[in-house]
Design a protein. Structure first.
Length: 424
């Protein structure tokens, strides 16, 4: 039996494919199978695969006659054609390092693990590399299904490392156990498929042995040609419909498995996170002035079954509660963790109440140094431990507080947790 099958879905990403294949061939483990799924791409994918036929790693080429999306390509076609004891995924524009497949496989065999989740490094087009501490496993830790599902739903809003797919080594029989979810072959999913895969995987298979692994194994390449960076209307419309599909499926899965009541609070915060993600003016298509209202109207049907105005109500109450809390603590100046619409609205209200905002704070190193309304954005690593901080992300306050405390920042937190818990 093959030890590891590496599944690579390809759609208009052939220009990156050799880089991914070369990184796999650099692994010391030779009993690796590469499964390339050509999702009806219009490039030279088959020619590239043929160039690698004579390398030590076996390579298999599967071609869709019509485009099915990355989710179907990766998680169904790829797994279906894999023969490895363990499977893992790799996007063509990313690459693996540090002999990770060899190390993760050895760890899995020695410790009898079903799934190993390893660390990720990010790199931009200029070659700059960085690690976000909230997206880094700090220790090898044995976990159960419930603990991972909690991290996926809670962490997606801030610590995305729990909900991606390319940092996992998974027993193939666990991956095939969720094939029944693909009975509806009409869906076409490109975005947020990693989130859906993880909910399917960890909710459907019980009593798994899962471990985080501190080894750095994947380089995630953030570049301007990525599908996540395309914000024309057609692309944005597709992304939005993908997230609607994923949220619907997650709620359906959790409900069917009698798990929804247990995770309802986290699921609600996950939805609020996506509402924040899709509504900022600088991210949604400027040529559709009704898009924002449409987002809310659709989301309320799939998640809350509550009026559109409830989110506005929550937002307004949260701002009021924060301002009153700042006043009652006699705080004259405060910094805001977050740079979204809610943070900007909060800044205006604080200023109206003669409370200064010193900085916007972010965990995104790319944003650090920029300004919003002449207020500087600083990275979390540069925060003064005595600085009062307001958590301005409705869906992420728990993860942000954990991040601040991880940095040793013992400060005064003003949050909207009570508002959410009482009103949602």
């Amino acid at each position: 039996m093959t030890n590891i099958s590496v599944i690579i879905p390809v759609y208009r990403t052939e220009r990156f494919l050799k880089m991914a294949l070369d990184s796999i061939n650099a692994m010391s483990e030779d009993n690796i199978e590469i499964v390339v799924v050509d999702d009806a791409s219009n490039g030279n994918c088959s020619d590239i695969v043929n160039e690698y036929k004579n390398t030590k790693k076996s390579i298999k080429y599967i071609q869709h006659t019509q485009n099915r999306g990355s989710f179907f390509s990766r998680c169904y076609t790829g797994v279906l054609n894999a023969t490895g004891e363990y499977v893992t995924f790799l996007d063509p524009d990313d690459w693996v390092v540090n002999d990770i497949y060899t190390k993760a496989y050895n760890k899995a065999k020695i410790e009898n693990l079903d799934i190993v989740m390893f660390n990720v490094l990010q790199q931009d087009e200029n070659g700059y590399q960085w690690i976000e501490e909230e997206n880094f496993f700090l220790k090898d830790q044995l976990l159960n299904n419930d603990e991972v599902i909690y991290q996926i739903l809670n962490g997606r809003t801030n610590a995305w490392i729990w909900s991606i797919t390319c940092n996992q080594l998974v027993k193939r029989d666990l991956a095939t156990n969720i094939f029944h979810y693909f009975e509806d072959e009409k869906f076409h999913l490109n975005m947020y498929d990693d989130l859906l895969w993880n909910i399917m995987l960890f909710s459907s298979n019980k009593a798994m042995k899962i471990s985080t692994y501190t080894e750095l194994g994947l380089v995630y390449y953030k570049h301007s040609q990525s599908i996540t960076k395309n914000n024309n209307f057609i692309s944005y419309y597709k992304k939005y419909n993908d997230v609607i599909f994923v949220l619907k499926r997650i709620k359906h899965i959790l409900t069917k498995l009698d798990m929804y009541a247990r995770y309802k609070s986290l699921y609600t915060k996950l939805v609020l996170h996506f509402m924040e993600l899709f509504t900022p003016l600088n991210k949604r298509p400027s040529n559709n002035k009704f898009f924002l209202k449409w987002c809310y109207i659709v989301l309320k049907h799939i998640v809350f079954n509550i009026p559109y105005m409830k989110y506005n109500y929550l937002r307004d109450v949260a701002v009021h509660d924060i301002v009153e809390s700042v006043k009652s603590n006699n705080i004259q100046a405060i910094s805001i963790f977050g740079t979204n619409d809610f943070a900007i609205m909060l800044n205006k209200t604080l200023n109206d109440n003669r409370i200064n905002v010193d900085y916007y704070i972010t965990s995104d190193i790319v944003k650090a140094g920029d300004k919003i309304d002449n207020i500087k954005i600083i990275h979390i690593g540069n925060v003064n431990s005595k600085m009062p901080i307001c958590i301005a992300s409705i869906s992420s306050y728990n993860a942000i507080i954990a991040l601040l405390k991880h940095h040793g920042i013992d400060t005064q937190f003003i949050t909207i947790s009570n508002t959410l818990n009482n009103k949602v």
